[in-house]
Design a protein around this ligand. Structure first.
Ligand code: CP3
Length: 347
């Protein structure tokens, strides 16, 4: 199957658990460093600068659609952009990943976070959504996204990526009321941000709770679930919400209880078992190990077949990786994966 035979309805239909002629596929981080087109732009501009230039960000959004033949485009932006107007000092430091210069560690820090208007402070993202949607011309749908309150809180509090989330867990254990204020602030900011993306043309949205897997089931239920639930409940109705997390095979029932029309899972759980746990009244997204893309096309094909077999032709499966594509991934293997999904699932 090639680009030209893409069914522009397949992705949204699968989100609604309707029958599709084949299983739709897209990849988390499909626009990124594994692509030469992206690396060329990055040689000229910083990452944050690219995000803030809607013309370029829209172009990057479209590249994988043309190059890979995927069934959806995802907005080129980052989950941490929403933290910058809160006044905490966001920087993408070369080699070190993202840094928050003034992390939130106490109730005083929480109350010092700035209120902001999405349309004003994040207008560049909204502009990118409009441009990308127009350039796509209905070829495939556009997915908007945001970080979930917990994953955003973990960056705000730790000041960057973390191994053990000590400061984050310390805050909810030692000052639960400050934690609740922080999560409520994030929850309403994220909902407003996603609704602005939807108003600008995003046709589905994904909420990334990438680091929820560090939590015990009890802590997830008490300190995270209510806030993710209120974020999702506030999203414009009728627009599919994909609720994604990693390392949460022990939390899937709670993740599902927080909401989402589609539950995104990583490769640490078998797709059939995950779907059974969350229930067949939601769609499922996943879940090939991103490292499988370093294997031969033959091996990739057999692993794709395994994931598809576990979805067992039930309507409501969106094929994806279990997490973002890695920068060293060979592009031709990604193309082989997309083709394998389309061919092996054709019905
Ligand atoms: O999926 C896409 O192609 C859309 C764009 C997108 C990016 N980040 C671009 C990006 C999306 C959806 C994200 C989500 C994101 N960002 C998450 C959730 C998904 C996940 O991976 O768990 C998280 C945790 C972040 C935070 C973030 N942004 C980190 C930790 C890093 C540094 C690590 C890294 O991969 O470089 C970033 C930077 C980032 N975001 C890059 C891209 C293309 C690389 C920037 C560069 O070019 O140097």
């Amino acid at each position: 199957m090639t680009n030209t035979t893409i069914n522009n309805q397949a992705f949204l239909a699968a989100c609604r658990r309707e029958k599709t002629p084949y299983t739709p596929v897209w990849l988390m981080r499909q626009a990124g460093r594994y692509m030469e087109e992206y690396r060329k732009l990055r040689a000229q501009y910083g990452f944050l600068e690219l995000c803030k230039r809607p013309e370029l960000a829209a172009e990057i959004t479209l590249t994988p659609v043309e190059r890979l033949g995927v069934d959806a485009a995802i907005l080129f932006a980052d989950i941490l952009l929403i933290l910058e107007p809160m006044g905490v000092g966001l920087e993408y430091a070369a080699g070190d990943g993202p840094v928050i210069h003034r992390p939130v560690r106490s109730a005083v820090d929480v109350d010092r976070l700035k209120e902001f208007k999405v349309d004003k402070e994040l207008s560049f993202v909204i502009e990118t959504v409009k441009k990308a949607r127009a350039s796509l011309g209905g070829k495939v749908p556009l997915i908007g996204f945001a970080g979930a309150p917990f994953t955003l809180a973990s960056y705000l509090i730790e000041g960057g990526s973390s191994r053990n989330y000590v400061h984050t867990k310390q805050l909810f254990c030692s000052d639960p009321s400050a934690w609740i204020r922080l999560m409520q602030r994030l929850s309403s900011a994220v909902a407003a941000y996603l609704n602005a993306q939807i108003a600008a043309g995003a046709q589905a949205v994904q909420l990334f709770d990438s680091w929820a897997g560090c939590l015990s089931p009890g802590d997830y239920e008490q300190f995270v679930l209510p806030h993710t639930r209120s974020t999702i409940a506030a999203i414009t109705s009728g627009v599919p919400v994909i609720h994604f997390s990693t390392g949460t095979s022990g939390l899937l029932k709670s993740i599902r209880a927080a909401g989402g029309d589609v539950i995104g899972v990583d490769w640490r759980v078998n797709l059939d078992e995950a779907w059974q746990q969350v229930g067949y009244d939601v769609a499922i997204q996943g879940n090939l190990d991103p490292v499988a893309l370093f294997a031969s096309p033959k091996e990739i094909r057999s692993r794709v077949a395994d994931v598809l077999r576990r979805a067992s032709d039930r309507p409501g499966h969106i094929f994806n990786l279990g997490h973002g594509i890695l920068p060293e991934t060979p592009v031709e293997n990604v193309v082989a994966m997309v083709e394998a999904v389309h061919e092996l699932s054709a019905r």
